[in-house]
Design a protein around this ligand. Structure first.
Ligand code: NDP
Length: 484
């Protein structure tokens, strides 16, 4: 763990073995954090916030420079980081390379914002000069999942540091390696002790201790909706500021007037990128009936030709899912879809072959004729499983798209600009793609409606999440109050 600028083992001396989900090989061991260790980490972050000038406006330019240095360091060693994320969570190397580049760009983006925090002045009566000041919230607890180990961490660390907060971050118990490596780089560039602390370990211990700690001012969480609910309860107890980035069951609507050659590939990418282990995965594909069979067939052909394998192997576009436990969960959803008589179009099994024997691989899987009554239409699988549903009218497409408790992302495929705008406005989701799926930018807000979360990451919105707002009224009048 990295606490107060020092590398240390857990006080209980217990460790956890971290493995490669493609072959079961051991990648390393990390400490199993105890409540006591979390307390140490929070205290270190508290001291760095309260007793140093880290968060002061005087220090904003230094914060920005440190973040740029960290981004530059990360770029220098990008291939090693990409390899490590691939080995740790299973994603294809080409995706991990993109994640590392995005993470470095994210640090640079927020370095730019570190020196541009602006308050406001207001015109008010009573000869007052009124102002709104923005100040860092304080110590942030950040909890991130396993599907984008480095990128999800940087999405949280970068705005927090830019705002002047200090951080205790807990990566997923399964994928702590690149976050620990990032802390090494932070140490190398000279980030002051206690500004960034990393505790490894399980959510039920380290995560609970962190979110319940009285010295935490803000909790930022990305993960499942059920965990998000627990985190919110912990935040409620301490009246802590909280942002939540949770799950999704995201629709992509394909109208008959779409450019199908273009749409087909994006749809496959929507559902199968990162093995479908993406909160914004397009897992519910709604297709206008006149082109339904054709679309299902063409996406099936792509799915059957996706190269599966160890993420480091040449041309692989789908690796294993992250763990045996998650493999069983995804396979359970496939089994349930079969039992509920969804039509299996392709996949649905562990791929055959010796190279897959020791890994948690699942074939790209498509079910057709899925209706809102089916579990597959409602629950987030978080694996390479897509469902297809036909519709007849624009109104029905929108109704089906919104027929979910989630509201993270959606896609719309049409060549009709008016229809695209109409549908975009009616879909209740925080991110919508038109004639594409998945591209996202550090400059723009990321987050969900409904049970997909509270608040936004990225862009200036992500920075807001780490800033307090202070009202200041300065009396310019020389007269006495005359109240008593
Ligand atoms: P989990 O909710 O299981 O875990 C997320 C993190 O929370 C992990 O670090 C976990 O620790 C920790 N945790 C678990 N229980 C608690 C607790 N009681 N208190 C505090 N922390 C806890 O999610 P997964 O890791 O399984 O990730 C998949 C989920 O993340 C999906 O639902 C997905 O949609 C969502 N997600 C959302 C994104 C978004 O931007 N909206 C982006 C990426 C993923 P541990 O690993 O030890 O269990």
């Amino acid at each position: 763990m990295f606490i107060g600028g020092e590398w240390m083992n857990a006080s209980g001396s217990q460790t956890r073995t971290i493995t490669d989900p493609a072959n079961g090989e051991t990648l390393g061991t990390v400490p199993e954090t105890t409540d006591q260790d979390v307390d140490l980490a929070v205290k270190a972050a508290r001291r760095a916030f309260d007793d140093t000038n880290w968060g002061s406006t005087d220090n904003a330019a230094t914060r920005a420079q440190l973040m740029r240095d960290l981004a530059a360091k990360l770029r220098e060693v990008a291939p090693e980081f990409a390899k490590l994320d691939t080995q740790n969570c299973g994603k294809p190397l080409i995706e991990a390379e993109g994640d590392v580049a995005d993470a470095a760009n994210c640090l640079d983006f927020y370095a730019g914002l570190a020196t541009s925090t602006m308050g406001q002045t207001a015109s008010v009566p009573m000869n007052m000069q009124s102002m709104v000041l923005r100040e860092p919230i304080g110590v942030a607890a950040q909890i991130v999942p396993w599907n984008y180990p480095l990128l999800m961490a940087v999405w949280k660390i970068a705005p927090a540091l830019a705002a002047g907060c200090t951080v205790v971050i807990k990566p997923s118990e399964l994928t702590p390696l690149t976050v620990l490596e990032l802390a090494k780089l932070a140490q190398e560039v000279g980030l002051p002790a206690g500004v960034l602390n990393v505790v490894t370990g399980v959510g039920e211990v380290a995560g609970v201790a962190l979110t319940n700690h009285p010295d935490i001012d803000k909790i930022a969480f990305t993960g499942g909706t059920d965990t998000g609910s627990k985190i919110m309860a912990a935040a409620a107890k301490g009246i802590k500021n909280v942002t939540l980035e949770l799950g999704g069951k995201n629709p992509a609507i394909v109208f008959a007037d779409a450019n199908l050659n273009q749409a087909i590939e994006w749809i496959a990418f929507a559902g199968f990128a990162n093995q479908g282990e993406v909160c914004s995965a397009g897992s519910r594909i709604l297709v206008e009936r006149s082109i339904y069979d054709q679309v299902v067939e063409r996406v099936k052909i792509i799915a059957q030709n996706i190269k599966i394998g160890h993420g480091l192997a040449q041309d692989v576009r789908m690796g294993p899912v992250v763990s045996k436990e998650h493999y069983d969960k995804v396979m359970g959803y496939i089994q349930k879809a079969k039992e509920e008589n969804c039509r299996l179009v392709c996949g649905g099994s562990h791929p055959a072959g010796a190279q897959f024997a020791n890994g948690h691989f699942i074939e790209p899987t498509i079910f057709a004729d899925v209706t809102p009554a089916h579990t597959l239409f409602r629950e987030e699988v978080f694996g390479p499983v897509m469902s297809f549903t036909p519709f007849d009218t624009e109104e029905e497409a929108v109704r089906l798209a919104n027929d979910t408790e989630y509201g993270l992302a959606a896609g719309v495929f049409t060549e009709h600009i008016g229809k695209a705008h109409r549908v975009v406005k009616q879909i209740k989701a925080g991110i919508i793609w038109v004639n594409c799926y998945h591209p996202t930018f550090n400059e723009l807000p990321w987050g969900g409606y409904k049970k997909s979360g509270i608040g936004r990451e990225l862009g200036k919105y992500g920075m807001e999440a780490y800033l307090e707002t202070k009202q200041v009224n300065i009396n310019l009048d020389q007269s006495e109050l005359g109240w008593y």
